[in-house]
Design a protein around this ligand. Structure first.
Ligand SMILES: [Zn+2]
Length: 466
């Protein structure tokens, strides 16, 4: 609309100008180097306008011709870039499809055609890894550390390589650098926590755990449990350094974080007992039993009472039992105590009561029944039958690694078989052979076992008190 009005206006001005020149033709005379040109003013104005238009056109043409080489170069560059990105995308498809030869070829093309090392370097590293050439991949990842744009990606690649090689020292080195660069990144804080914890660097692990919890990368229950484990480990370390006050303080913190964490409860009871606070030690174990009945707690509780008085132990066992009367562990503790006090009939009654439960008739249960048969009626044949059943019965619960199935008598923060951190849970081990191998004897593994857990080890190794 505006253009049409503008056009009409221009046309009007031209018409008025032409009419004005027609009414006032005038005369123009030019003398130059002996030549005389005489014409009307209208023709002169027309000639000047024509010369101006021609000059503008010639100038445009000159600018165009001058820009041709740059244009050709731009088109060439654009084509090169397009081919580079095509090679890059084909390379990524080849990596995803698991075709190392094609991935490497396309990575080479992309590298030559594009000037974007952040993209091509990663593809080169991935294609090298796909071809099993870890050394080349390592070189690419290391090269990526030189560029701030690719440093984080390079660190992740190097971290993965170190983890795959089982080189936790190097892995920790790379993850520390990544943690400094991007502590809020999704995977960094968790990996930092895991590696620092495996290395026994409790403060560093605590800091990473706090970041992961703040970023909701771990849920609150998981964070509480991990804090309990870290405090427990720090307490063991303090005790090993003969700083019992610090050990006690940290142990209380561990228990406060997670009441059901049995190793921390046992350690706290042990520390209280050794510092002369017998009543508090008993209260700790009673609270622990009410929350999570565990044979180690019963053993510690009874060992803190009169060691040689079976009836006193029986009385203590009943006091503890009242806190969690229906639990299977309570029944087994009472049966065991009754047997030790010479009350075979009571022991039989308790054991027969729980025999209907699937999880009750374990190897340990059968051994107790064999003792009852022998103690009550001196029935050697029946006792032997129970011992045969014991050999084929389900195994009793123990500390089982959730990652590899390794079963251990004692809780520890690291699995001796797969080196995972904090994976032991109290449950029945697998019946599959090989998944219940004993903890290996790695000299690098932490050897921080509290006397409390030693008590648990003794009871778990020997069954529920004999
Ligand atoms: Zn394991």
């Amino acid at each position: 609309m505006f253009r049409a009005v503008w056009f009409m206006l221009l046309l009007g001005i031209l018409a008025i100008t032409a009419m004005w020149f027609a009414d006032n033709p005038g005369q123009v005379s030019v003398t130059w180097h002996g030549y005389v040109i005489e014409t009307s003013a209208a023709v002169s104005v027309g000639a000047i306008a024509t010369i101006a238009v021609l000059s503008a056109l010639i100038y445009r043409l000159w600018v165009f011709i001058r820009g041709v080489p740059a244009g050709i170069s731009w088109f060439r560059g654009e084509g090169r870039r397009r081919r580079g990105y095509l090679a890059l995308s084909r390379g990524m498809v080849a990596v995803a499809a698991g075709d190392p030869g094609e991935a490497r070829r396309q990575a080479g093309w992309a590298n030559n055609l594009l000037e974007e090392p952040s993209l091509t370097m990663l593809l080169s590293a991935q294609s090298a890894q796909l071809a099993g050439d870890e050394d080349s991949a390592h070189k690419f990842f290391t090269k990526m550390l030189e560029n701030p744009d690719t440093e984080f990606l390079g660190l992740r690649g190097l971290l993965n390589q170190a983890t795959k090689n089982g080189d936790n020292y190097q892995a920790l080195k790379w993850v520390r650098r990544a943690y400094q660069l991007k502590p809020e990144s999704d995977w960094v804080a968790r990996t930092m926590f895991d590696l620092a914890a495996r290395a026994g660097l409790w403060s560093e692990a605590s800091s990473a755990l706090a970041t992961a919890a703040r970023k909701k990368q771990v849920n609150s229950a998981e964070a509480k449990h991990s804090r309990a484990v870290l405090y427990h480990q720090m307490s063991l370390e303090a005790e090993a350094s003969c700083d019992n006050a610090k050990a006690l303080k940290l142990s209380k913190k561990a228990v406060k974080e997670e009441l059901e964490f049995v190793p921390a409860q046992l350690h706290l009871a042990h520390l209280l007992m050794s510092s002369g606070k017998q009543n508090k030690a008993f209260i700790t174990l009673e609270t622990a039993w009410a929350a999570t009945p565990h044979p180690g707690i019963a053993h510690a509780y009874l060992s803190f009472t009169e060691a040689n008085d079976a009836m006193a132990r029986m009385k203590a066992a009943h006091k503890l039992a009242a806190l969690n009367p229906k639990h299977l562990a309570t029944k087994l503790m009472l049966a065991n105590c009754a047997l030790n006090a010479g009350l075979g009939g009571d022991a039989r009654k308790i054991l027969e009561e729980v025999s209907a439960l699937d999880e009750a008739v374990t190897s340990n249960y059968c051994q107790l029944m064999a003792k009852v048969e022998e103690a009550e009626h001196s029935d050697i044949i029946a006792a032997r039958e129970w011992l045969v059943r014991a050999a084929n019965a389900d195994a009793d619960p123990s500390w089982v690694c959730q990652d590899c199935g390794n079963a251990a008598d004692t809780w520890s923060s690291l699995c001796g078989a797969c080196r995972s951190f904090d994976k032991f849970q109290w449950r029945r081990p697998s019946r599959v052979p090989g998944l219940s191998a004993p903890i290996d004897d790695d000299p690098k593994a932490p050897r921080l076992v509290s006397p409390g857990t030693r008590l648990a080890q003794e009871i778990d190794a020997n069954g529920i008190e004999h």
